[in-house]
Design a protein around this ligand. Sequence first.
Ligand code: NAD
Length: 477
Amino acid sequence: MKQMFIGGRWLAAQDGRTIPVVSPADGEAFEQIPRGGAHEVDRAVAAARAALDGPWGRLGATERGRILGRIADAVLAHEDELARIEAQDTGKPTSTARNDIRVLARYFEFYGAAADKVHGQTIPFLPGHQVSLLREPLGVTAHIIPWNYPAQMLGRTVAPALAMGNAAVLKPAEDTSLSALRFAEIATAAGLPEGALNIVTGLGEEAGAALAAHPGIDFVSFTGSNEVGTLVQQAAARHAVKCVLELGGKSPQIVFDDVDAARAVPIIVRAIVQNAGQTCTAGSRLLVQRSIHDRFVSLVAEAFARVRVGTPAMDLDCGPVMNPAQQRRVQRYIDEARAAGIPVLAEGRIEADAPRTGFYVKPTLFGPVPRDAALAREEVFGPVLAALPFDDEADAIRLANGTDYGLLAAVWTENAGRLQRVAKAVRAGQVFMNCYGAGGGVELPFGGTKRSGHGREKGLLALEELSTTKTLVQFHG
Ligand code: NAD
């Protein structure tokens, strides 16, 4: 049985309650985590505040950066173990889990190196005055993350918070808390002072809600569903606390008639099946110019039919989805699209010896999907790709922008002018041109427009989100 990590100590929930940890690959419970709530959140916020007033708060930026660098090295030294934990917890293929651990290390490497490169300014003002702009930590930062990339999400939100000198309280998803708990141990051994990072495990509506509503936090970062994101923002608003929201997506792959198909097809298939489609940045809409629609989509269908699904140890293209609720949700989208008569163009294959008790779904390519169908507008969060034809550039832009979301987009054409025009017209936080970077690129500022959220993570912009400024004005005569 695991314990929570608060103020450098391991703790059970005060009332002793636990949550079973279930393997998505076979549906078996294999571990227990504490079911923390308001009491544990209180303790974690107090521990973070004490860290800011203690040794962690007194460290200079260079020394903080060095600690983050040592954490990156320690994560890499434990890569095998952390990848095993992550694969078992999420069901994802072992090599995907291994990559996630490398990305976790990369976040700490990147933000460790950046910690002492965030500088203030001096500002010309009235004669006889000296003005300086300091960049300071926000204080106690709260981080609520989902289950699709637990280790990567931890790195993405916690590393820049620590680099800027904040003290963090993390609430991992109840389905996937194990890599965060092991990470806390590794980071502490690498020199992270007590209270700088606190981890409260528990249910979203208990521990998560208590954290977002806690009057002692100065910032909240939330990654997850739109429904919960709205609740978190409302809770933060009650204390006028700044909030970064990373929510859903329905990202379009926009394919014009001069596409380099040999390059595009494998990338397009991967962008929807990776992590079993449970990626906010999944390329879940395939928009193809009508003149090449049938030919191009048949190439995608051929590649799609080769997608194989299995356990982490089988290490195939795709694992199971996260839990029975997610399995039902994805299957419902597939069944309803079939029932509505939308043609299935290709299906991947679930390996015969994948356990029947696991949460597997068949990757499915549908097309042509009507523009008003749920599959064309709603986030499935599963390995389901919807192909839709468009007529010309203006129609492509209209269609691409025709959902509530605006997270990622990709444009595929050999026409340089068209690349720029379409990329600028599409409403999204990131646009890839003749490539696709679902989830990749620690260096690249990332975040949503429209209902995909607000605020930016990754890159150096995350350091601005996780800090504030103070303007000092001195009269010197
Ligand atoms: P979710 O919103 O159910 O849960 C996310 C986190 O919020 C979990 O830790 C959960 O315990 C917590 N939570 C649940 N209820 C809460 C409440 N009332 N108050 C506070 N916290 C609460 O989302 P999910 O199902 O775990 O993740 C899937 C969603 O996340 C998808 O919509 C996906 O697009 C989105 N997502 C977005 C990004 C991004 O960067 N934009 C990345 C990954 C996932």
